[in-house]
Each structure stands twice: as structure tokens, then as C-alpha cells.
Design a protein around this ligand. Structure first.
Ligand code: PLP
Length: 498
């Protein structure tokens, strides 16, 4: 299987090249030339297998320049090595009203990003070898909080790689900041940016695509790659968990073969929900995809009107990993849904860059609406839902997942056809402890982030994840902070390039 750029379909690369490069030189995203389809028998054949084995077989459909055994090495290292808390890697919880939650946060950093970032380093180092890259790989990552920590955990001390993470100074939760500032490893570096997530992401993209910067790295035996969800190596593992979740629902008898269900995904960069859309194209019988947002409602507006407009106020919310105004992965969806009209994609994404907005034709908007709907929820509604779910089920959900539950309930209430609803549960509630505790109890004025964890545990009986509890005694290693325009110089200085 070959991969094209969304901005130039004549450009063809192998999976290994797509993963090693991260983003196409023309600024486009790599997309598969076709989407493999699975039959009922194919789904059956995945029953009874471990997560690692299922994943290897599914990756083999997309990463065709890897052998099945190479993929098994990768999936065993990522999913069968004990870094996930549960043997199944992902779990499904069911609420009293029948809503199912796909818990994707049992990995080492307590957010769904681990599902992809535990395996990406294995893909990336092998991809580099396959595509003849013998330079040191420098991972440059912008994070709204969770990607950064998950990428640091995945790439920590991986030979042949270095990783630098930029996060918005005041745009992450105190626990997220702690997780990053205390990161161990010889090849890691973390820096705050005075700005929001989009400033971080724009800063990183500018460095990536700067020819002078690329030349400077090459002269020093280095090359950039990306751990953001623009990298196909991030998206493929996310497709896998939706297919695997479907097989698990079949195994458990929650669904009969061919029976349809709907899915809600709390969305920021549009990566997680796009992975679900790919799984749907592969044959997972999803009826409808609900795109849940916080008050940074740019995607809700886009789905409802066909105009994407990032010229609006940016809001910091209790679901910071969705505080995003530029949802990069939408470009992939539009590429597929315009039947690979790369000229059109260049025009829209050029307009997004230059004017901050673009509008798709009505006909296309209607086709998107046939598959997706969107809704947005503010912090008060989010917390109210956390309280409600806890009251009804004794179950704690994190702020992002709660936004998803709000959207799922609203969709179900008005849906003509009542189908089972699965909600992607994207983080462990302790990661956003302050907001979650506020939702179920009162937060004492003098409580620091660790006292909050203890109070939440006392209230809910749910165990504090070890990875968060142990941060308390870890030394803070990284306190640097720069403005967006200082990022290139910072990167050069820390890489030792002049
Ligand atoms: C990253 C993240 C999201 C948003 O996912 P996208 O793929 O960016 O849409 C939602 N919830 C949590 C907890 C996250 O870390």
C-alpha cells in the first residue's frame, strides 16, 4: 500500500517513508491510497486473539512494507510488555442508561494518546531504517497536554531519537504540567510556550517546514519527525482500537454480527474521530459519528454550516486537550470525501492559513452531515455531567469524556433509530482531578494537586494511578519558557546547532 499527500496525489511514498517523514514536504498529510475492507469472516478471525496479535494483523493491512513478524515485535513491545494496566489494553464500561464507554486510558500516562505513542517509536525507528535514514531522529511535538507526556514516555531513551515537547504555558492542567516537567530520560526536553496550543502547533509546523532549519539539522546528522496525529503512525493504531473494540463487542454478545452502533468522540485535532471514520470505511458497522466539542466549537460550526473559521476567540476550558481551533486531521477527511481532489484541498488549506477560513460546497456538507453531527458543551455542563454520571453509577469520568457523554445523550434523545452508543473515554479522571473533584464534591482552598487526588480517591473508591501518585516525589527537571518566535532559536540551541 502506498501513501499520497493530501495536497499532491502524484506524490507516492511507502508506509515506512510516510511514518519517518511525519508530514509531506508540501505541507500535506499522508493518506493511504485505498482503505482495506473487512468481511464478517475477517472480524470473526480476530476473535479470541490478544490485543497485540489483533493489532499486528490489522497493521499488516496498512503497513504493507513491514512483515507480520516485524509488526508482532512492535505490538508485543507496546501492548504485551506490561506498560498497560489491564491485560486487554482497552476496556468497555457500561453505564446504567446503556451508554458504553471505551476506556482508552489504561496506559502509562493515563490518556488515550498512549495507545498510539507506545507503539510509534517502534514503527518510527524501523521505518527510518527501512527508508535508508541513518540520521538521528528529532521528534518535535506541540501538545495540548496529553500528547506531550505520552510521546515523552514512548520515546524516552529510545536509541537514535531525541524528543522536544512544547506546551502552552497556561493551557494545561497542573497534573499534565507536572507529568511533563518531571520527565526522566537523557534524550528528552520540555519547554513552555507563552501562548495557546495553536501557537505551539504553528511554531512547530513552521520549524518543520523551514528549509534552512532542515538543512541545519541535516548538516548535523539529524532529521525531524512528528509524533503529532498528523503522523500516519499515530492514526493507524487508533483505527486498530476501534476495530478491536467492535470485535470485543461481538465476542461479548453486546452486538450481533452486522448490528450497527453509533460512536461519540470528544474531539480536538480530529485525529481520534477520523480514526473511527476509517474503521467505519473498513466495515465496522458504525451508523453515526458524534463529534463532541467544548466551547471551542469550531468543529460543531463546521459540521452544521460547512464553514470552517478559526478567526474567533480561544477559550481555556476544563477539557484542555480539546482547546484547539485548528483541527489538522480534517484535511484527511476532506481529501477522501472530495474523491482525492488535491487541488481543492490546496485551495481550502491555503485559505485557512492565509485568511483563517474556508467554506465547502453544500453538497459535500450534506454528505458529511449524513455521517457526522457535532455539539458543544461548556464547563458548567461538563461538570454537571460528571456529577450526574457519578451519582447514577458511582463512576468517575474525566472532563473530556464527560463532554462526550453530554453529546452522546443529546444525540440519543433525538435519534430516530435507537442504536447502542459507544463513547470514546479519553483520559483517566485523576489526570484532571481538580475539575472532577469540583464536580462531585467541594475542593478545599488549600488543596494542592496531590491532596486533590487523595480526596477524589476517598470520595470515589477508585484507585489513584501509580504513575500520577509517584510524581509527587519526582524532581522538576524542565522549567524553560519561550515566546513562539523564540522557538526556532531554542530548538537550535538545545540541539547544539549553530
Ligand atoms: C487529545 C485528546 C482529545 C482530543 O483528541 P483528538 O484526536 O485531538 O481529536 C480528547 N481527550 C483527551 C483526554 C485527549 O488527550
Amino acid at each position: 500500500m502506498l501513501y499520497h499527500s493530501t495536497r499532491n496525489r502524484q506524490l507516492s511514498v511507502t508506509a515506512a517513508e510516510a511514518i519517518a517523514q511525519g508530514i509531506a514536504a508540501d505541507g500535506g498529510l499522508f493518506v493511504p491510497e485505498s482503505i482495506p475492507e473487512l468481511s464478517a469472516a475477517d472480524f470473526d478471525a480476530l476473535k479470541g486473539l490478544s490485543y497485540a496479535e489483533r493489532a499486528a494483523r490489522l497493521f499488516h493491512l496498512y503497513l504493507t512494507d513491514f512483515t507480520l513478524d516485524e509488526l508482532r515485535e512492535c505490538t508485543n513491545a507496546a501492548y504485551a510488555s506490561g506498560s498497560f494496566e489491564t491485560e486487554n489494553v482497552q476496556e468497555i464500561a457500561t453505564l446504567a442508561d446503556g451508554t458504553m464507554l471505551l476506556e482508552l486510558w489504561h496506559g502509562p500516562t493515563c490518556a488515550f494518546k498512549d495507545m498510539a505513542l507506545q507503539i510509534l517509536p517502534h514503527f518510527l525507528t524501523r521505518s527510518a531504517k527501512k527508508s535508508g535514514v541513518d540520521r538521528e531522529i528529532v521528534i518535535l511535538t506541540a501538545t495540548s497536554g496529553d500528547t506531550g507526556k505520552a510521546a515523552l514516555a514512548g520515546f524516552k531513551d529510545v536509541p537514535g531519537t531525541r524528543i522536544m515537547v512544547f506546551y502552552p504555558e497556561d493551557g494545561v492542567s497542573s497534573m499534565q504540567k507536572r507529568q511533563m516537567q518531571t520527565q526522566e530520560g537523557e534524550n528528552v526536553r520540555v519547554c513552555a510556550v507563552k501562548g495557546n496550543f495553536d501557537d505551539c502547533q504553528n511554531g512547530v509546523k513552521a520549524i518543520f517546514t523551514d528549509p534552512e532549519m532542515q538543512a541545519a539539522l541535516a548538516a548535523n546528522g539529524m532529521q525531524f519527525s512528528s509524533a503529532n496525529s498528523i503522523n500516519w503512525g499515530r492514526l493507524a493504531p487508533q483505527i486498530v482500537y476501534y476495530v478491536s473494540a467492535y470485535v470485543t463487542m461481538l465476542e461479548k454478545g453486546i452486538l450481533k454480527p452486522g448490528e450497527r452502533f453509533s460512536l461519540t468522540v470528544p474531539t480536538g485535532n480530529f485525529g481520534n474521530i477520523l480514526a473511527a471514520w476509517y474503521a467505519k470505511q473498513m466495515g465496522v458497522p458504525m451508523q453515526h459519528l458524534v463529534c463532541a466539542s467544548n466551547i471551542n466549537r469550531v468543529l460543531t460550526d463546521f459540521i452544521r454550516t460547512g464553514t470552517y473559521n478559526r478567526n474567533r476567540e480561544f477559550h481555556a476550558t476544563v477539557s484542555p486537550s480539546m482547546d484547539i481551533l485548528i483541527s489538522s486531521n480534517l484535511e484527511r477527511l476532506l481529501y477522501h470525501m472530495t474523491h482525492e481532489d488535491d487541488a481543492q484541498i490546496r485551495e481550502w488549506f491555503g485559505a485557512l492559513k492565509n485568511e483563517g477560513s474556508y467554506t465547502i460546497p453544500r453538497e459535500l456538507c450534506e454528505r458529511i452531515q449524513a455521517e457526522f453531527s457535532g455539539s458543544f458543551w461548556d464547563d458548567a455542563q461538563t461538570k454537571e455531567m460528571i456529577g450526574k454520571v457519578f451519582g447514577e453509577n458511582g463512576y468517575l469520568s474525566d472532563t473530556h469524556t464527560a463532554v462526550g457523554i453530554c453529546a452522546a445523550r443529546e444525540y440519543q434523545a433525538s435519534a430516530v433509530e435507537k442504536l447502542p452508543m459507544l463513547v470514546a473515554s479519553t483520559a483517566n479522571p485523576y489526570k484532571f482531578g481538580n475539575a472532577v473533584l469540583e464536580a462531585v464534591d467541594t475542593v478545599p482552598a488549600d488543596a494542592d494537586e496531590y491532596a486533590v487526588l487523595d480526596l477524589l480517591q476517598a470520595k470515589s473508591g477508585m484507585c489513584i494511578p501509580k504513575a500520577l501518585a509517584e510524581l509527587k516525589t519526582k524532581p522538576v527537571r524542565f522549567t524553560d519558557s519561550v515566546a513562539q518566535d523564540e522557538m526556532p532559536a531554542y530548538v537550535k540551541a538545545k540541539l547544539g546547532i549553530v
